[in-house]
Design a protein around this ligand. Structure first.
Ligand code: SAM
Ligand code: DTB
Ligand code: SF4
Length: 335
């Protein structure tokens, strides 16, 4: 969707915008269900990159210590726990710039993924930059989705990260799509961006061909010691507006209400679900930061009468749409 169209939606009175997003949501997601995803940081801290929101960058004194890659046994234990609490997607994150074929750590990740993939949940990983070979190896090992966020607009990105570029991010997304993985790609609100930046980010994400299978919308959790530690909290109604526009721009995607839910009231979260969010991170920890307790989320979903989605580990990556223009992250077909 073009920037102009996104802006026109964004500028609607909030209830008119939500009327539209609700209609799109009901057309594509009639069941009224929320996907539960559990996150696990399999390699925490000590990252070479300088993403100014992130507690895991080695450049900032955030109090997060660098750890080694978790053992497969421990990851399996956590994955089984996640399945037992009702999660249908297991997302493993690593604080790396990226991964390379032939390195011991990548071999170890492939081995872990292979076993997690046998548990019947969707398997998502977020390991930073990938080339075509790494992407194929992950797909082969059983990964269903690759998470790689663009995080903000191309224009604002260099103010937030200097150790890699927005184009680097797009390249990795392209490699993940070419390998047949679904792509999970979203961003963060609260990085000092303008509304224009938020919508330019969405313009990029919605122009992917195929469009992403899921879109995490994070609200910055300000991390002590990082350059953005003192940023103001995102206005919950801005989050609702962004979710509504995302739902309209990418109707078939799971729109994930992601980091920052501990700062939201039940009522604000409810409005996010009403406006089109249908996925959450579930379990009391994100990667390093807090998330609402399982019990609290269960209560909220029960109060709203929302069910939970079943896993779809066999899911096919969304197909490229030949009627749409090629975009930087198009699947690389010949159309
Ligand atoms: N290293 C990999 C990468 O950068 O893609 C994977 C891990 S990284 C922590 C995954 C995503 O978490 C980031 O792209 C960002 O959207 C989100 N994130 C990280 N720190 C955050 C924070 N303090 N508040 C909100 N979201 C955050
Ligand atoms: C995403 O968009 N949000 C998740 C997941 N993808 C990997 C990560 C949120 C991280 C929040 C900060 C932390 O836990 O350190
Ligand atoms: Fe490293 Fe990812 Fe954090 Fe950036 S967001 S510092 S790449 S872990």
């Amino acid at each position: 969707m073009t920037y102009e169209n996104l802006l026109a939606l964004y500028q609607l009175p909030l209830f008119d915008l939500i009327d539209q997003s609700r209609a799109v949501h009901k057309e594509h997601w009639s069941a009224g269900e929320v996907q539960l995803c559990t996150l696990l940081s399999i390699k925490t801290g000590g990252c070479s990159e300088d993403c100014s929101y992130c507690a895991q960058s080695a450049r900032y004194k955030s109090g997060v210590e660098a750890e080694r890659l978790m053992s497969k046994e421990l990851v399996m234990e956590r994955a089984l726990q996640a399945r037992a609490t009702g999660s249908t997607r297991f997302c493993m994150g690593a604080a790396w710039r990226g991964v390379r074929m032939g390195t011991q750590r990548f071999e170890q990740v492939l081995d872990i993924v292979g076993d997690v993939a046998k548990l019947g949940m969707e398997v998502c990983v977020t390991l930073g930059e990938l080339g075509p070979e790494e992407a194929s190896a992950l797909k082969q090992a059983g990964v269903t989705a690759y998470n790689h966020n663009v995080d903000t607009s191309p224009e604002h990105y260099p103010n937030i990260v200097t150790t890699h570029t927005f184009e680097d991010r797009l390249r990795t997304i392209r490699h993940a799509q070419d390998a047949g993985m679904s792509v999970c790609c979203g961003g963060i609100l609260g990085l000092g961006e303008t509304i224009e930046d938020r919508l330019k980010m969405l313009e990029v994400i919605s122009s992917f061909n195929p469009q992403p299978e899921s879109i995490p919308i994070n609200a910055l959790m300000p991390m002590p010691g990082t350059p953005l530690a003192e940023n103001a909290q995102v206005d919950p109604l801005d989050l609702v507006r962004m979710i509504a526009v995302t739902r309209i721009a990418v109707p078939k995607a799971k729109v994930r209400l992601s980091a920052g839910r501990t700062m939201l009231s039940d009522e604000a979260q409810s409005l996010c679900f009403y406006a089109g969010a249908n996925s959450i991170f579930y379990g009391d920890k994100l990667l390093t930061a807090k998330n609402p307790a399982v019990e609290k989320d269960r209560n909220l979903l029960a109060k709203l009468g929302l069910g939970t989605q079943l896993p779809n580990p066999e899911m096919e990556a969304p197909a490229c749409d030949p009627t749409q223009e090629s975009s930087p992250a198009c699947c690389g077909c010949d159309h």
